[in-house]
Ligand binder design. Structure first.
Ligand code: PLP
Ligand code: SF4
Length: 453
């Protein structure tokens, strides 16, 4: 047994049962009876908008789910929820429109029998984060950045989570001893300039505890930027309080990456939460996971990306689903991701296009995956194609040889790839191209408007 496994040590809180189906506290069940015994559940807005109330009243049982969805088919929920932690904020549950797998919010939050399917290629820790753990809780994989697991708890346990081995296993946040060890490691490694405070979800900690962690990381002089990874703007937007943003502002430069996967998650409240963070000067990025039946569709993805931009969130990564145990039913082929990237380029503002990456099994880090845009190369020219299928020849910088002028075997006028790569032609133009049709229409309009017409 390695001794650097996460939250297995005596300084982490020990033998609590996994939170799925844990007994609710007397206090939260009292609140819950008063609120959930009669629908609609949003009757008391002041409580609804209180994030600790949302946390205390998370749905963690089939019985509670039935309060919302009386007709629920509960097959497999208990089994999967016992294997992987289960908790849904009432807010996030309120975004479910149909209590079935075809509903994206339902599919991302309610345990399903399919999670128990366990093909051999899936692992608990496919990214081998435990192997790159420098000190407990600090993953140092890339030279200049490190990732600090600051808590194992989340507001909602995503069914597709890549850290299913960590998230929600025990609801516990980092201990002082661990934080001190992490800070010591950071101080001894001045090549680390970027620290990602992750989890779990760091924003499930109290603002005071979060500040302790941020201040500790900030105290290391070689750390330039602090990033926080959180799904709270999506599943618990009321967490983004004035107190929180006022605290965060003191530790700039702070970046936040959040995790929207579907346009239905971009509610007015979620957008407001992002706006508050942006107003505090925090650049916002989004990391989506490509999920079968949820967002593996070019049009759904386009709507999500446009919505994120409007909310001032820059789409940063689109992740291929990791090979993590319990997520087989969410996996979709890499070819699907490439198809989506092909669709987006040229159609959606470049600001809205994330980088599609495969986080390499065995911990090799993120590998960008793109459609092929390089068609051919020669020492003098590179042949590229654009989203329309136009192919162009890009002449490489000199010293320039005399251009090849011999006749081609296709005759002088026929441009093929070889003619582009040898510099005899500069482009191959597909017929009926929307962009060129627009140019033509503009010319005609200009001619009609000109005085001679
Ligand atoms: C993703 C990740 C990072 C950050 O990578 P960026 O490409 O800089 O966003 C750092 N450390 C680990 C272990 C990661 O998984
Ligand atoms: S919020 Fe992040 S860490 Fe938590 S369950 Fe979702 S994906 Fe996993």
């Amino acid at each position: 047994m390695k001794d650097n496994r996460l939250f297995n040590e005596t300084d982490a809180s020990t033998d609590e049962p996994p939170p799925a189906f844990a007994a609710e506290t007397a206090e939260s069940s009292a609140l819950q009876t008063s609120l959930f015994s009669s629908m609609p559940v949003q009757a008391d807005f002041s409580r609804w908008n209180n994030w600790t109330w949302q946390m205390q009243n998370r749905i963690r049982s089939i019985a509670r789910l039935r309060d919302y969805f009386p007709g629920l088919d509960s097959t497999g929920i208990h089994e999967a929820g016992a294997k992987f932690p289960f908790a849904i904020t009432p807010y996030y549950a309120s975004l479910i429109r149909r209590a079935e797998r075809t509903d994206p919010v339902f599919a991302m939050s309610v345990p399903q029998m399919a999670e128990l399917f366990d093909p051999a290629c899936l692992k608990d820790d496919p990214l081998e984060e435990d192997e790159d753990m420098a000190v407990p809780g600090l993953v140092h994989r890339y030279q200049d950045r490190a990732l600090l697991i600051s808590t194992t708890s989340c507001a909602m346990y995503c069914r597709h989570c890549t850290r299913k081995r960590v998230a929600g296993r025990r609801d516990t946040c980092i201990t002082r001893t661990r934080l001190e060890r992490a800070v010591k490691y950071l101080s001894m490694h001045p090549e680390i300039h970027d620290v990602i405070i992750s989890g779990g979800d760091p924003l499930t900690m109290s603002t005071e505890m979060l500040e302790t962690v941020i201040a500790a990381v900030r105290s290391v002089r070689s750390v330039d930027i602090i990033r926080i990874g959180t799904r709270t703007p999506v599943v618990l937007p009321m967490r983004i309080t004035d107190d929180l943003v006022n605290m965060l502002k003191k530790y700039h430069p702070i970046f936040i990456n959040t995790h929207f996967n579907h346009p239905v998650e971009l509610t007015p409240q979620a957008i407001e939460a992002c706006g508050k963070l942006a107003d505090a000067g925090i650049p916002l990025g989004n990391q989506s996971v490509l999920l079968k039946g949820i967002n593996d569709d070019p049009h759904v993805m386009e709507e999500l990306l446009r919505g994120l931009l409007k909310a001032r969130v820059k789409p940063y990564y689109l992740f291929q689903c990791d090979l993590v145990r319990g997520v087989e039913h969410f996996r979709t082929p890499i070819s699907k991701g490439i198809e989506i990237m092909e669709y987006l380029r040229g159609r959606v503002s470049g600001l809205g296009i994330p980088l599609y990456v495969v986080d390499a099994p065995h911990g090799g880090g993120k590998i960008p995956v793109l459609p092929n845009y390089i068609v051919s190369t020669s020492p003098t020219h590179t042949v590229l194609r654009n989203f329309e299928g136009q192919m162009v020849s890009y002449p490489e910088p000199g010293p320039h040889k005399a251009p090849h002028t011999g006749k081609t075997d296709r005759g002088d006028s026929a441009a093929g790839i070889w003619e582009l790569s040898s510099g005899q032609h500069t482009k191959i133009q597909p017929q009926n191209c929307a962009r060129l049709n627009r140019r033509e229409t503009r010319k005609q309009t200009a001619a009609m408007l000109s005085p001679e017409a």
